[in-house]
Design a protein around this ligand. Structure first.
Ligand code: GAP
Length: 573
């Protein structure tokens, strides 16, 4: 099956079996908004809990926090997000599409053989639109340009073109005109991605944060009043006045969970008596007004992050940066079937966030290509220092006898350790995993079409047992009432362990019931049959091998627990 077709089949399964629904579908839906159904919510919770177990419960020096989503202007001004958390944005003057130029493809220019001239073909959705676009180019965007049509394609006749790549020196496109004179339009190394249109606005920065106002008075009323009172037609002046009036009530939906951790640094140090190195973990929703929403839940305005801010002494920061890169990659690899579909990539200096000194992405090979699922960054002491400057709070730590953490003793990356008592602002090593992207990646990784001879192809979702929404399905072989007490006994023993267990008593053939559970990733099925009545044993069926074994009822919960958790235990190095 082609990758795109496989992805569509996966999304179809997600909808059909209750993992993922388009939000507000009965009202026409909302682009980029998704609701997680009964199985999706379990899968998401299991991934998050695996992360929390691994990063908080298995460690002596990491604690959790849960901070407010609604964040005051001052916090995000200090952190640099108000001024720097921007993407470049371009509008297409022809199609009105809005896109990120750094992600857009170069223009497709078909040169005539051996000539500098050629054609740029703009792809319209239909012939009617092609006609309208032809007129718009000739009348407004490039008056006098020679434009022809071939079905849905609108063709620009180009005399010559100087190419360039994005971010480099600008190029230009010289168009043929009906008068024979030259008509030049700028070329910045990209075209509108869907149509190959070169008619674009200049780039402008676009802040990704959702701004709102904590104010009993409708902010629009304040905007109107301020505009009327200022009695000027200068847009910049009006904008400044309106911003000033609204500033006291301006808040943002947080764009990352991390800032809530930084501003609580002293509170956590004080209440938990923590000592460096230590971490503060937070999981929760973040919000970004993304220019382009893509690939179902891959890029959405509302998403969840699993973030760990690990505070270290500066001389240990490089060693811990390396440690967390390895540790996070190990978690990904441990839970994936296809290890080759996970890789890491170091950021180039020019793609790093405004706060980062170093960054490595964990990437997954999605059906459309490699995509970031987690970032591990060395944030230096940027954030703590910025909040200190803005508030006067002191986040310095005093080390009386500077030393090296025990398991870093052999690490060459530890830099010179001070010999006398030292006061410093800790360095932050951050790991930031997108929960929704993790869910999508693990679903893609697990989705398998099985073709058995003489049978219809069917789906098996080979999710890691720790992630599988339903851990065990218990099935009475038939409707025989004598099976019921055994079914309930096994279900109770598993449910007491906190394992999501369902009883499948439908009148479907047992094989059909197994297949329905393979499709949603249930790793184990237990069948109660006639032999159970005689010797108190049941069969346990494994999703991945389809093998069945007889085991005593009293062993079911310990065997399933062992199979799910195995030897999960953190290795510090
Ligand atoms: N605190 C650091 C930080 O937020 P980031 O690389 O911007 O770093 C971390 O985001 C992770 O959050 C990404 O690797 C991705 O998995 C997830 N993420 C970011 N934007 C997202 C969006 N619009 N939709 C879904 N997930 C997103």
């Amino acid at each position: 099956m082609a990758q795109a077709q496989r992805f569509r089949a996966l999304l179809d399964l997600c909808k059909r079996r209750g993992f993922l629904f388009q939000s507000a579908e009965i009202h026409g839906g909302l682009r980029g908004a998704y609701d997680y159904g009964p199985l999706g919510v379990e899968l998401k919770k299991n991934i998050a809990q695996s992360w929390w177990r691994r990063n908080v419960y298995f460690r002596d020096n990491v604690v959790g926090i849960d901070t407010s989503i609604v964040t005051p202007h001052n916090v995000l001004k200090a952190s640099g997000h108000v001024d720097e958390f921007t993407d470049a944005l371009v509008d297409c003057l022809l199609t009105k599409e809005r896109f990120r130029p750094d992600k857009a493809p170069p223009i497709n220019f078909k040169q005539d053989k051996g000539q500098s001239s050629g054609k740029i073909s703009i792809h319209s959705p239909d012939k009617e639109t092609a006609k309208l676009w032809e007129q718009k180019i000739q009348n407004e965007l490039a008056p006098g340009a020679v434009v022809t049509r071939q079905g849905k394609e609108v063709l620009l006749h180009v005399k010559e073109m100087t190419t360039t790549t994005y971010g480099k020196q600008s190029g230009s496109i010289v168009l043929e005109t009906t008068s024979g004179s030259n008509l030049t339009i700028p070329y910045h190394g990209y075209a509108e991605p869907a149509t190959n249109s070169p008619f674009l606005t200049d780039e402008r920065p676009f802040n990704l944060m959702f701004k709102t106002f904590l104010d009993p008075i409708d902010p629009i009323d304040r905007v109107i009043k301020t505009t009327i009172e200022n009695n000027t037609s200068d847009a910049r002046t009006i904008r400044d006045q309106v911003d000033n009036v609204l500033r006291p009530s301006t808040v943002y939906l947080r764009p990352e969970t991390a800032q809530g951790v930084f501003i609580n640094f002293n509170q956590v140090m004080r209440t938990m008596k923590t000592k460096l190195p230590f971490g503060i973990a937070q999981m929760g929703k973040s919000f970004r007004n993304e220019i382009r929403l893509e690939h179902a839940i891959f890029r959405t305005p509302e998403f969840e992050q699993l973030e760990l801010e690990y505070f270290t002494a500066p001389w240990e920061s490089s060693a811990w940066f390396q440690y967390w890169q390895k540790d996070r990659l190990a978690w990904w690899l441990e839970h994936a079937n296809n290890k080759g579909d996970i890789r890491t990539r170091n950021h180039e200096a020019d793609e790093m966030a405004h706060y980062a000194k170093g960054c490595m992405d964990v990437e997954y090979k999605f059906p459309w290509g490699w995509g970031e699922v987690e970032g591990v960054a060395n944030r230096g002491n940027y954030d703590l220092t910025q909040h200190m400057k803005a508030t006067g709070e002191n986040f310095e730590v005093l080390e009386d006898k500077p030393d090296v953490s025990s398991h870093l003793k052999e690490t060459a990356l530890v830099t010179s350790v001070p010999q006398e008592p030292t006061r410093f602002v800790p360095t932050v090593i951050e790991s930031s995993c997108g929960l929704n992207r993790a869910l999508l990646a693990f679903l893609c990784d697990a989705f398998q079409q099985v073709q058995e001879p003489g049978k219809e192809s069917r789906t098996v979702l080979k999710l890691h047992p720790r992630f599988a929404p339903v851990k065990c399905a218990i099935m009475p072989l038939t409707g025989n009432a004598e099976f019921q007490p055994y079914v309930e006994k096994v279900a109770r023993s598993l449910r007491r362990q906190g394992l999501y267990t369902v009883i499948e008593a439908q009148k479907l053939r047992i094989g059909k019931r197994y297949y329905r559970h393979d499709e949603i990733g249930t790793p184990f099925c237990i069948t109660v049959d006639h032999q159970t009545l005689e010797d108190q044993t049941v069969t346990i069926r494994d999703r991945d091998t389809a093998e069945q074994h007889r085991i005593p009822i009293t062993d079911v919960s310990s065997i399933i627990n062992e199979k799910i958790w195995g030897d999960e235990a953190p290795e510090l190095d």
